[in-house]
Ligand binder design. Structure first.
Ligand SMILES: NC(=O)c1ccc[n+]([C@@H]2O[C@H](COP(=O)([O-])OP(=O)(O)OC[C@H]3O[C@@H](n4cnc5c(N)ncnc54)[C@H](O)[C@@H]3O)[C@@H](O)[C@H]2O)c1
Ligand SMILES: [Zn+2]
Length: 380
């Protein structure tokens, strides 16, 4: 077994503040700002106009989000001096594919977008990943803005520049690294998000806390009710903190040569559970189960204390997330799905294993029987 540790992270102490927060993603000439502020989408002109005044803009959203926030965002873009056209894609992961992109390219040609025009993604990770990919490839690349509307998109997919679509052969098999020019996050949008989707985002938040931020973990433990309500002011801080953590990782390893892999905590197991369940287990739910398996593996290998694994489990359960695979899923199919995972490197499967709450290692060469035991322990 070979492990290397995450770099010590020095973001400074976490301060609880309930006004707007700004996070910088430092990527040289591709740097950008993330503004997290409740109500920002109703007063976004000062943020949008430096980018879009006098430009053609394709606003891309999905069929659930369009009736909720389409008019507000379209209105803010128009007030910012943009010439806006709206594209509405059908909601759902099954539409995150190339033929949906083809429809979007056609809309963009029809609206007369040039290389200096903008795309704007308004929605969850599906809309963000696909809009980013279309922006990366239309006329060899046009700038785009992310306005994430799910908790998962706010804390994870809208930051970091991974864009792409699925193929029938697997998820996210076609894509590009393409950073947004700006990310605007309005936590008020969480008010309309179904609780199951909130929980899926919470799984990624627990992930950040376990791998990078013990203080955040403690804050989550003592505020479960506010997280499930959802308490918008509280989320403003939590989302900003997660964006800070992701920005730190991405700024140090934009294209996942090393450190960025740490963000896959719970995902090697989780992707397999998700796939074997034929996606009836949601991504965040699968990540929660995957984190439980990874923690068990780390305990069995003597890397992580049982009490810390129990703390993680209690938090996941308090948030209403599963920590065991649904009955009947089967150990062998999960093991087989893992060996197909595209994150498998030439040196074998990579596991992110916690060392303590707030610190994790990137590990290779773990013996298969130990991995299988961790899966079996969480299957019924
Ligand atoms: N690029 C990355 O780094 C990255 C990271 C993690 C996940 N992802 C991708 O993100 C996708 C999952 O994202 P997701 O969970 O946001 O899924 P999603 O985009 O499908 O959104 C989930 C559901 O919520 C609806 N919705 C969105 N905002 C809403 C709101 N404010 N109120 C009510 N309903 C709303 C959507 O219409 C959809 O039905 C996956 O395709 C995954 O591969 C990408
Ligand atoms: Zn994830």
């Amino acid at each position: 077994m070979f492990c290397f540790g995450s770099a010590e992270i020095s973001l400074g102490a976490f301060k609880y503040m309930s006004n707007g927060r700004q996070v910088d993603v430092a990527l040289g000439e591709r740097s950008y700002k993330i503004q997290v502020e409740s109500g920002i989408m109703a007063r976004a002109v000062s943020w949008l106009s430096p980018w879009v005044t006098g430009k053609k803009v394709q606003l891309i959203t999905d069929s659930n989000v369009a009736p909720l926030y389409g008019d507000t965002v379209s209105g803010e873009l128009t007030s910012s001096g943009a010439d806006v056209a709206l594209s509405v894609i059908p909601a759902g992961e099954e539409h995150k594919r190339l033929d949906t992109c083809a429809g979007l390219y056609a809309d963009m040609v029809r609206h007369g977008l040039s290389r200096s025009s903008f795309a704007v993604a308004l929605g969850g990770g599906v809309t963000g990943d696909m809009t980013g990919f279309v922006a990366a490839t239309y006329m060899r690349g046009i700038p785009f803005i992310q306005i994430p509307s799910t908790l998962l998109a706010m804390v994870d997919s809208s930051v970091g520049g991974k864009t792409g679509v699925d193929l029938p052969e697997g998820k996210n098999l076609v894509g590009a690294f393409w950073q947004p020019s700006l990310v605007l996050i309005d936590p008020c949008m969480l008010r309309s998000l179904p609780l199951r989707e909130i929980r899926c985002g919470l799984a990624e938040i627990v992930k950040y806390a376990v791998i990078l931020d013990a203080e955040l973990f403690t804050l989550l433990e003592s505020n479960v009710e506010r997280l499930l309500q959802p308490d918008i002011d509280f989320y403003t801080d939590i989302i900003a903190r997660c964006c800070e953590l992701k920005a730190y990782v991405v700024a140090n390893d934009e294209t996942e040569q090393g450190l960025r892999a740490i963000l896959n905590y719970g995902h090697t197991f989780g992707h397999a559970v998700e796939a074997v369940s034929q996606f009836s287990v949601g991504h965040g739910e699968a990540v929660a189960i995957g984190m439980a398996m990874a923690a068990d593996l780390a305990v069995a290998l003597g890397l992580f204390r049982q009490e810390a694994a129990d703390r993680q489990e209690r938090l996941l359960q308090a948030l209403g997330l599963p920590v065991r695979a649904p009955a009947g899923l089967g150990v062998a199919p999960i093991m087989a799905a893992m060996s197909n995972d595209k994150k498998k490197s030439s040196k074998g499967l990579v596991f992110i294993l916690p060392q303590s709450i707030g610190k994790a290692d990137i590990c290779r060469g773990i013996d298969i029987p130990s991995v299988e035991a961790a899966v079996r322990g969480r299957c019924d």
